[in-house]
Design a protein around this ligand. Structure first.
Ligand SMILES: [Mg+2]
Length: 365
């Protein structure tokens, strides 16, 4: 791999689309080609669109596969996908080469990235070994957790005061409260940014309505993430997904200032402001004084559709790259893949070991 911006053929979108399987070119060194299957691509979900519920559910199933299929076409799709999104562990040396002379900044999603996806979202605990790894990582690189969760809840899971936290899909950003080499002096601020604070009363009201409306669906769980609300489908029988989606829609139809997005077995309700994990990434780079630097190398690791905003932002900036955590072929703007949180931990450990063995005095922050 060299740099992400020289590996893709469509310079405007940062995406290469291959029309058919037989016409696919060989992968670029480092897997810069991104194979997009348009049938999987969904934009923000239209709350008032009468035909949309089936599309939500189809997209949610596509982003939350739970069963390995064994058909030849599935196997071929998997093989092709991994060729174009190789393991970040296998490509570690090339990744390090691409970052040479640049400041690596780490952005980490939480659920499905640092912790396994579990049935009860309140019990998505991070292992002690993962916490130890992230703590070491933050000694060497500025590190931020970027999550759809409420910032305070994810902080209680991670419990590392030296990190940046961007909760509610980046709508609630907080700087480190423990000083480190990256936040000496005035950088350690309690709250950096809350671009959607005017929506707080509305989100509270919608949360209450959703709790009431969905209580008839067994397993449905509504989570108040402060600036957004998540309706979890993880423990709901798939036969009841449509019913639950209709319940969500019925609450939201009276709130045109809110929008609905879909992730891994979750529907999320957010303010309509133009703010997402990609914008949060940019804001954090600015906060670190690296917003306009050419020698910054952000690495974003995430498993969810909402992480695609950050992957795309990196492609658009032509800096660093995204790593998608997935065992399955998915439509993505990430360049590399890791299969599960355990592989994420191994990748982070290798970064720490590399940095420990080869200190780079030209660090900018
Ligand atoms: Mg996630």
């Amino acid at each position: 791999m060299t740099q992400q911006n020289v590996l893709v053929s469509d310079t405007k979108s940062g995406v290469t689309v291959f029309p058919t399987t037989s016409q696919k070119p060989p992968p670029a060194p480092g897997g810069g080609y991104i194979s997009i299957q348009r049938r999987w691509v969904l934009k923000d979900l239209e709350i008032n669109g009468g035909q949309r519920i089936n599309a939500w559910l189809e997209s949610m199933r596509a982003s939350s596969p739970t069963h390995l299929k064994s058909t030849p076409s599935f196997a071929e799709e998997q093989t092709s996908w991994i060729l174009h999104h190789p393991s970040a562990l296998d490509m570690f040396d090339q990744i390090i080469e691409a970052s040479k002379g640049k400041q690596i900044v780490m952005f980490l999603d939480y659920d499905g990235t640092l912790s396994p996806i579990v049935e009860d979202p309140d019990r998505a605990f991070m292992s002690d070994s993962m916490r130890k790894t992230v703590r070491k990582l933050a000694r060497y690189f500025p590190t931020a957790i970027v999550t759809g969760r409420c910032k305070d809840k994810v902080y209680n899971f991670v419990r590392l005061a030296e990190l940046y936290y961007a909760g509610s899909h980046g709508m609630d950003i907080k700087g480190p409260t423990r000083s480190s080499k990256y936040n000496k002096g005035s950088k350690a601020q309690a709250v950096l940014y809350q671009p959607a604070s005017e929506f707080l009363p509305m989100i509270d009201e919608v949360y209450k309505q959703l709790v009431d409306k969905t209580k008839s669906t067994p397993g449905a769980k509504v989570e108040n993430n402060k600036f957004c609300v998540s309706v979890h489908f993880r423990c709901v029988d798939e036969k009841k997904w449509s019913e639950l989606a209709h319940q969500v829609k019925s609450v939201l139809k009276d709130h045109p200032k809110l929008r609905l997005t879909q992730g891994r077995k979750v529907l999320e309700i957010r303010p309509t402001i133009k703010w997402d994990k990609g914008k949060a990434l940019e804001f954090l780079l600015e906060s670190l004084g690296l917003g306009n630097c050419s020698d910054v190398f952000p690495i974003y690791i995430g498993d969810d559709r909402s992480d695609e905003d950050a992957f795309k932002k990196l492609r658009d900036r032509g800096q660093g790259f995204g790593i998608l955590v997935s065992k399955f072929a998915k439509d993505t703007n990430a360049s590399y893949s890791l299969q599960e949180p355990n592989e994420v931990m191994k990748f982070l450990q290798r970064l720490v070991e590399w940095k420990h063995l080869t200190p780079q005095p030209c660090s900018r922050v």
